[in-house]
Design a protein around this ligand. Structure first.
Ligand SMILES: [Zn+2]
Length: 572
């Protein structure tokens, strides 16, 4: 039994995520966590909401709520949607937790002691009326390029031109509208990543098994142009983790907070501490996952994320942990994803374009989405969601192949033998061949799941389902029954056991359907089919079951057209 630590990139707090976000980290990490648990490994699967930074402040202001209250509410909304999609986190934490405050401040103090923090003075716009420094996007004014009157200090949303706040005409505070702005000097902390460049390069180069996508992005940031730059890790904001040197004050940094990108990955660790504390466990319970001096030596740590998050996870976060001089567990494998596009364009949170997690669950059960998204995961390149493809994939793979098999076998058994596993008869060459074919496919499926090849895993699983259909088609127990009822009994006994096997191996992809099958089969034996023949004898003759309802309803053309129209424009 291995110990596997799995983290999903943290969804940002300011609203409901779309399906492109879901398939970029949370969903494939759940697939992997479920598979590893099913194989009997000890798994710690962690995610959390990323709650700090300017966008959270802006979203709270728009919702007319104090930011802490807004974040608490949105965390609950996201946690509920995660449950709806059956994301099996051991803990879904919050980056604003006391655990993350303490650990972030602790690590900053360690980095300071190691000489890896520098203090840099910068000029930034200060609003006298608001009594605070304004980040670029808190400043509004007229775009010098197109004349749009509500351009932001970092970019004009109308003409998309990148701007500096000082470019804006009639600049004003986006918070109060005040034009009483001035340029002031402010001091910030920088993580001296440049000083750690050789150490980071050696570490990245040692990861020969990482996907090319991950390594190429990391090395690009490390070496392109002037190479890796030192990174500002503090901000002049109210909302965030106050800058401290461990538990001590940090002179000159009063009123400042750590930058969200500094504290967010630290939350992977802090969320595991939240997990322990929520269960009344001591620190040793989480430290055995994260401290190599306290039991994490044999842990395999796998991270899941979209490609835009790779630089932070291959450079900044490892620099934080290595630089602390403490024996923190570093990532062993990074699984990164390209983007999922939506029906001829992009998913967009700001434009409300695409299908969002709450919409998705309001029209279809989670398994339908899980299956399509995972079987079309944007691994080697970007992929695209279209309603036609979604309809075809669900109807063919789930309804025609898997659902139909379950339905035919259980209904036929009920009509000829009653709702019990039939007895009598013996397996012949056809059954032996099926068992050999299944075994070969199962090993291929396991290999792909171990390698976190998500689409290929889905392909192998589908191939397993197809084998059962082909067998049933050839064996045709409904014909055999007329001349050799004993043989038909053996075939149906095998087919019922095959359905159970499918539930067990499909569970990481479609957990609800798997549970529905097991409930119908009146079975609670989820043991993995290490030996196919043994697994196909799990349900003995005489075992009672109930014929399940339709597992997967087909998506009609009418539904598809309706949804296509409904989700074509801006989300309300
Ligand atoms: Zn403009």
């Amino acid at each position: 039994m291995a110990r596997i630590l799995i983290t999903s990139a943290l969804p940002y707090i300011n609203g409901i995520k779309h399906l492109g976000n879901l398939v970029g980290s949370q969903l494939p990490s759940d697939l992997y966590a479920r598979y590893m648990r099913a194989r009997g490994h000890e798994v710690m699967f962690i995610c959390a909401t990323d709650e700090h930074g300017t966008p959270a402040e802006l979203a709270a202001a728009k919702a007319k709520k104090p930011v802490a209250e807004y974040c608490a509410e949105m965390h609950e909304v996201q946690a509920e949607l995660a449950r709806g999609f059956r994301l099996s986190f051991d803990h879904f934490g919050r980056s604003s937790s006391p655990e993350n405050h303490a650990l972030t401040q602790h690590l900053a103090g360690r980095l300071k002691a190691a000489g890896l923090i520098s203090e840099v003075s910068e000029k930034q716009i200060y609003s006298n009326a608001d009594g605070r420094f304004l980040p670029d996007r808190y400043i509004e004014g007229t775009c010098p390029n197109c004349g749009y009157e509500r351009a932001r200090g970092d970019q004009c949303e109308e003409c998309t031109k990148q701007l500096d706040p000082t470019d804006l005409i009639n600049s004003r505070s986006a918070i109060s509208g005040s034009t009483d702005l001035e340029v002031r000097e402010t001091k910030h902390l920088f993580l001296r990543q440049k000083a750690m460049r050789d150490q980071l390069r050696a570490w990245i180069k040692s990861k020969s098994d990482w996907p090319v996508l991950t390594t190429s992005i990391a090395l690009k940031w490390l070496d392109d142009g002037d190479g890796l730059q030192d990174r500002g890790i503090t901000r002049d904001l109210d909302w965030g983790i106050p800058v401290k040197d461990g538990e001590k004050d940090w002179p000159g940094m009063e009123g400042k907070v750590f930058y969200v990108w500094f504290d967010a990955p630290i939350e992977y660790i802090a969320a595991t501490a939240e997990w322990a504390h929520a269960r009344g466990l001591g620190d040793d319970a989480w430290e055995r996952w994260w401290r190599t001096d306290k039991g994490a030596e044999d842990v395999r740590y796998v991270q899941f994320m979209g490609k835009d998050n790779v630089p932070f996870h291959t450079l900044s976060f490892p620099a934080t942990l290595m630089g602390s001089g403490e024996p923190w567990k570093l990532v062993d494998y990074i699984k990164s994803f390209n983007y999922l596009n939506y029906d001829g364009g992009q998913f967009s949170t700001s434009l409300g374009r695409g299908v969002f997690m709450d919409d998705a669950l309001s029209i279809l059960p989670a398994d339908y989405w899980r299956w399509w998204l995972l079987s079309h995961a944007p691994e080697s390149s970007d992929s695209e969601f279209t309603w036609e493809n979604f309809q075809a994939s669900v109807n063919k793979d789930l309804a025609d192949v898997l659902g139909n098999l379950v339905s035919r076998v259980t209904k036929f058994c009920r009509s000829k033998f009653g709702e019990v596993v039939p007895e009598g008869g013996a397996f012949g060459p056809r059954e032996d061949k099926l068992i050999a074919d299944l075994t070969e496919r199962l090993r291929a499926y396991e290999d792909m799941m171990e390698a976190i090849e998500v689409r290929k895993s889905a392909g192998e699983l589908r191939a397993l389902w197809v084998l059962g259909n082909e067998y049933l088609q050839e064996a045709a127990p409904w014909s055999t029954f007329k001349t050799a009822p004993e043989t038909a009994a053996a075939q149906v006994r095998l087919a019922l056991n095959l359905i159970r096997l499918y539930a067990v191996v499909s569970q990481p992809f479609i957990p609800d359907a798997a549970q529905a099958i097991m409930t119908a089969l009146n079975c609670d034996d989820w043991s993995w089919p290490d030996d196919t023949r043994t697994a196909l004898a799990t349900l003995p003759a005489g075992h009672a079951f109930t014929t399940p309802d339709v597992l997967f309803a087909k998506i009609t053309d009418e539904q598809r057209e309706d949804w296509q129209a409904r989700f074509s424009g801006r989300r309300a």
